[in-house]
Design a protein around this ligand. Structure first.
Ligand SMILES: [Zn+2]
Length: 93
């Protein structure tokens, strides 16, 4: 399968498994988990300025619907526990 890349930072998107009951109605999303990503970094400032909330968003692609856009988060750790590692990285882990 072709690897999807973030259109903001060029990082390879990670597969983030979603819980069965989720707003997206899909099994997983492809998400840029790069904490240096400009989209993500600027998101914190933007959300604080516009909405006065501590939040940001990561670039995500919904491969089921073929669309992309922001995935809102409240903490740098949001979704990090759901990232699916490559199968060979799971060994011994
Ligand atoms: Zn990115």
């Amino acid at each position: 399968m072709e690897k999807l890349k973030c259109k903001y930072c060029g990082a390879i998107l990670d597969t983030v498994l979603l819980p069965p009951e989720n707003d997206w109605g899909v099994e997983y999303l492809m998400v840029c988990m790069n904490n240096e990503c400009s989209y993500y970094v600027k998101g914190w400032d933007w959300m604080l300025e516009k909405y006065n909330v501590k939040a940001s968003y990561r670039y995500k692609v919904n491969t089921f619907h073929g669309d992309d856009g922001p995935l809102s988060i409240r903490s740098p750790l949001d979704y990090t526990g759901w990232v699916v590692k490559k199968f060979n990285e799971k060994e011994g882990g």
